[in-house]
Design a protein around this ligand. Structure first.
Ligand code: AMP
Ligand code: ZN
Length: 278
């Protein structure tokens, strides 16, 4: 895919799935990786009203290098940036949170980090007055997630999947969207490198050993002889998704008894993790 095909495909995804309007107040969740930096650049280029949000996970030199790249890039693009630190918000670094919670909650490192990040991003987005949060998830992430849920024996975990996230509409939930949902990871990398974005291309140091990593390796391997595999997995899942969603009572969310954030249980997933670190 050349750069103009790449840009056209992202635009088409935004239009086809009604992801963004020019009147939206858009907040791009920036990790500092190639995906979110690319989506930030493109939305600015397409003329959306954007600002950026970064959660500093306080993972030593890794986080510091990402933060510096993010500050530089947002300055270059003239995008307002909001940075929050997990240490300030929750009293500990992400590594410390994970090491305490991991055995007690029987959750994987990446799951713990993901739950805390989503919880913080939703809260901060609401506070900042954004009505849409954009993330950099790509086709590889999407196909891995579908397979992981399948292998767990529960496709219902994926009800929130798709380019436009969520089954429950509520004023406390900020809509999340994924403009790179149909773009293969290798094409995002090519684009980002061709534009010389200030990005570190290594994966998060915690990812090795994670279940997702095994699924990624498996899919990459099969793709060598079956180039369409990731697109096929995602497209076939999207076909059955409306049916899956109908089977579940969407209804109103339950507000967490501890933090007041919307979720599906009396105590939200983030608070059920955070009680171990208090
Ligand atoms: P990941 O779960 O690391 O694959 O990240 C998926 C998406 O979540 C990224 O493309 C970003 O849009 C967002 N994201 C990840 N980490 C952060 C972070 N530390 N701060 C803000 N957004 C993030
Ligand atoms: Zn809660």
């Amino acid at each position: 895919m050349n750069p103009s095909q790449f840009e056209r495909k992202v635009k088409q995804t935004i239009q086809k799935y009604n992801l963004l309007k020019k009147s939206d107040k858009v907040l791009v969740a920036l990790s500092g990786g190639k995906d979110s930096m690319t989506v930030l650049f493109l939305l600015k280029k397409f003329g959306y009203d954007i600002s950026a949000l970064h959660i500093n996970l306080e993972m030593g030199k890794w986080s510091e290098a990402h933060l510096q790249n993010i500050i530089k890039f947002c300055k270059e693009l003239k995008v307002p940036l909001h940075v929050y630190s997990v240490r300030k918000e929750l009293g500990r670094s992400m590594c410390s949170i994970k090491s305490i919670v991991k055995s007690k909650a029987k959750l994987q490192d990446c799951t713990i980090c993901g739950i805390i990040r989503r919880w913080l991003i939703n809260k901060k987005a609401r506070m900042l007055g954004a009505n849409v949060v954009v993330t950099g998830h790509n086709l590889d992430d999407a196909s891995q997630t579908v397979l992981m849920n399948y292998f767990k024996g529960n496709l219902f975990i994926g009800l929130n999947e798709g380019p436009k996230v969520g089954i429950i509409e509520d004023k406390k939930f900020v809509q999340r969207v994924k403009p790179l949902y149909f773009i293969p990871e290798k094409d995002v990398e090519l684009y980002s490198k061709s534009q010389k974005f200030p990005v570190i291309y290594e994966r998060c140091p915690c990812v090795v050993g994670a279940y997702r990593h095994k699924i990624r390796q498996m899919l990459d391997d099969i793709q060598k002889t079956n180039p369409e595999i990731k697109e096929n997995i995602v497209q076939s899942f999207l076909k059955i998704l409306p049916g899956l969603r109908k089977k579940v009572l969407a209804g109103k969310p339950i507000y967490c008894k501890i933090c007041g954030e919307p979720g599906r249980k009396d105590i939200c997933r983030a608070c059920s993790i955070m009680r171990y670190i208090k």
